[in-house]
Ligand binder design. Structure first.
Ligand code: SF4
Length: 481
């Protein structure tokens, strides 16, 4: 699901990152369903900090949605008391389509003739606008600007009888990226689009089934990771247990490769792969592909750290924490006053200058989006006395927008879409700048031969421009211009 939003981040580096839009969690058959959902969403907070919501069921549906972070809004007894029942779903949101308001928050709920239905969505539908126009013509009245509401209207207007058939009928009409959890009067649904762009895992805790965007949400409640929901798989979970359905023609899966670079937590498994290992492997590959003579390898915290460790291991150059993060910058600094605004990046990060002075440093970061962060950090290193600053990036140049549930600036605002690597290097003021190759990134994520051009195993469209799911709304908007 997606929207334009206010910056809720307290991290001045975050304005120059791609943002995952959402995380989802669902649980069936737990006495502590709401509490477990709160914990699961807290573990998924990195996937969206704008708003959070939970819907539970105990014979009736109960919903609570709040702007802000999970720990601030849901960790009190009153919040839990308002969400009774042994099944629940939840959502954390960043958002890129629609506007930033509670109306667009999830889970979204509708009352159908066949019973209530609540849904939470990670991803972005690429034909939501076209479908919405058709639905509105047929009389549907939309309450929000979120693409996820389209799913509810399609279910409402489906000609099929059972809720499972209506749900599958809906999935057959939508395009793009979706990992969904849905709560019904009978149980829980989980679904992942046929390309498997966004992740979704299955867990067990005693007799409870859990669905979550990442395994870190299973760890926090002590649940066991069972497996990933497969691309194109729909699971129904109810009193009879779990049933797996494959209602779509099989496709070559294309999960998002950026989950391994930046979005997912390093302690998660994504599609069975350790994200931490992927990131360290990326560092190894980067050191082999783009070596440099230097005295220190320094990660740009926090997401650059595993790749920097890998780079240091492979190159033999010592690893040092050359940038220290202040973890106590609170929400006070969301809208800094003019007096403190000019401190900018230093509110949150400071150069460990006693270790940098007189050294040739290799800075390792996960990506360059607009380039504003890289410029500040290179400058920070120079001010701290570095004699040379070499930048190494753990992903290829990001020169295309994402349409599958990640907030990316328009293509024109991406630095790599505006200039070549040499010009980027000059722009950020580094002595050298290099990116891992697309083949190196594939090798690091388990494809030892590199990227198979005919049959790539990931979505890598933000690097290659090859979009695996059709961009129906985008193309329609271009035709209208
Ligand atoms: Fe991931 Fe990039 Fe594909 Fe978006 S375009 S799903 S960020 S790889």
């Amino acid at each position: 699901m997606s929207d334009q939003l206010a910056d809720f981040s307290t991290n001045p580096f975050d304005d120059d990152k791609l943002h995952e839009e959402c995380g989802v969690f669902g649980i069936y058959n737990s006495k502590d369903a709401a509490a477990h959902t709160v914990l699961g969403l807290h573990a998924l907070q990195h996937r969206g900090q704008e708003a959070a919501g939970i819907t539970s069921f105990d014979g009736a549906f109960h919903s609570r949605k709040k702007m802000g972070q999970v720990a601030e809004k849901f960790t009190n007894q009153k919040a839990l008391d308002e969400l009774p029942g042994e099944r629940a779903i939840g959502h954390v949101r960043y958002s890129t389509t629609g506007v930033s308001s509670l109306t667009n928050c999830q889970p979204m709920y509708a009352e159908f003739a066949s019973g209530g239905f609540a849904v939470a969505h990670n991803g972005n539908l690429t034909n939501a606008a076209v479908l919405k126009r058709q639905l509105v013509k047929r009389g549907s009245i939309f309450q929000s600007t979120s693409d996820t509401e389209t799913i509810l209207h399609l279910i409402a207007t489906s000609n099929f009888r059972t809720q499972t058939d209506r749900f599958i009928d809906t999935l057959r009409q939508i395009e793009g990226a979706y990992s969904l959890v849905a709560l019904t009067t009978k149980g829980l649904f989980g679904a992942r689009d046929p390309l498997g762009v966004r992740p979704l895992v299955l867990g067990k805790l005693d007799d409870a089934f859990i669905l979550a965007s990442e395994t870190c949400a299973l760890d926090i409640i002590g649940a066991e990771y069972v497996r990933d929901i497969e691309p194109g798989e729909v699971v129904t979970i109810n009193k009879d247990g779990l049933k797996s359905l494959k209602p779509f023609p099989a496709k070559n899966p294309r999960p998002c490769i950026f989950e391994h670079v930046y979005f997912a937590r390093p302690d998660s498994l994504v599609d069975g792969m350790s994200v931490y290992n992927s990131r360290k492997n990326i560092g190894h590959e980067l050191a082999r592909e783009k070596p440099v003579d230097a005295d220190l390898v320094i990660p740009v915290p926090d997401s650059g750290t595993p790749a920097a460790l890998g780079y240091a291991e492979e190159s033999g150059i010592p690893f040092e924490l050359g940038i220290i993060r202040n973890h106590y910058v609170g929400r006070t600094f969301i809208e800094p006053s003019d007096q403190i605004r000019h401190f900018g990046v230093k509110l949150k990060h400071n150069a460990n200058r006693w270790h940098i002075k007189g050294k040739r440093v290799v800075l390792v970061d996960d990506s360059i989006v607009r380039g504003t962060t890289s410029l500040k950090i290179v400058n920070m290193m120079r001010e701290a006395g570095a004699t040379e600053v070499h930048m190494r990036i753990a992903s290829p140049p990001t020169n295309n927008s994402c349409f599958y549930g990640v907030d990316t600036p328009e293509r024109e605002k991406l630095l790599a879409a505006q200039m070549d690597v040499e010009a980027m290097c000059k722009h950020i003021g580094a002595d050298s700048l290099s990116f891992i190759s697309i083949d190196g990134l594939y090798r690091a994520t388990g494809n030892l031969e590199g990227r198979d051009k005919k049959c790539p195993t990931f979505c890598d469209a933000c690097f290659t421009g090859e979009y695996p799911a059709p961009l129906i709304d985008h193309e329609a908007a271009k035709d209208e211009q």
